[in-house]
Design a protein around this ligand. Sequence first.
Ligand SMILES: NC(=O)c1ccc[n+]([C@@H]2O[C@H](COP(=O)([O-])OP(=O)(O)OC[C@H]3O[C@@H](n4cnc5c(N)ncnc54)[C@H](OP(=O)(O)O)[C@@H]3O)[C@@H](O)[C@H]2O)c1
Length: 226
Amino acid sequence: MLFLEQMTNKTALVIGATGLVGEETLKQLLKCADYNKVIALPRKPLSIKNAKLENPVVDFDKPEQYNNIKADDVFCAMGTTIGKAGSQAAFKKVDYEIPLSVAGFAVKNGATKFILVSSMGANARSGIFYSRTKGELEQALAKLKYKAVIVVRPSILLGDRKEQRTGEAIGRFAAEKLSFLFAGPLAKYKGTPVDLLAGVMIKMANGDKAGVQIVENDEIFAIAEK
Ligand SMILES: NC(=O)c1ccc[n+]([C@@H]2O[C@H](COP(=O)([O-])OP(=O)(O)OC[C@H]3O[C@@H](n4cnc5c(N)ncnc54)[C@H](OP(=O)(O)O)[C@@H]3O)[C@@H](O)[C@H]2O)c1
């Protein structure tokens, strides 16, 4: 009985909840019986209303607005592009500094699992700034005292993005219309539907495995099928 109560009394925290993956993750968390409270930390008010949802608007330049946040499982789908951010420093703030700051406060306040949407090719030693930043965040999170750090590394995201991104649109076209190309050894590069990705993140957050778990794109599909 106590076990059952613990299972259903969890609080999830989502950062990046207004994005393509974050919004889908938020929707699925609100439907998931394992969580009785879901907190999102958007920088502008959310239109979604739900009895389980708390969504205080925060300014991430003011850590005092979120440093007392309490949750069990933290989901991070925050990110930007270098084009949108305007500089490497501004990109790193969104894709490294803010997630690490939230992760640090959350674990201090009792969070036990951190689930990160990283990216295929993430590598702290990469010569590509984007991939290196993703890898550096993975490494920094692994040093915090979480029971489990779950890192998913999707390929190009497939979903209904309102904003147009040319490079992504070409990749999405290839991923959707030329899916026969992504067979055999290329299967691991196939596009990752965001609903499938969000489902896998939540499934893994509710698993028993401890430690750092890196989930490559092909494993995301395999876990979804199990
Ligand atoms: N796009 C791809 O194909 C792809 C592939 C592999 C991995 N990824 C990674 O997957 C993650 C999720 O991607 P996505 O496409 O779902 O992202 P997205 O749609 O661009 O959403 C990004 C989220 O981050 C928030 N954000 C951006 N800049 C912020 C800032 N300065 N301060 C506070 N919040 C900020 C956005 O909030 P606002 O709504 O307020 O802007 C939004 O909630 C990212 O880390 C991305 O790098 C993407």
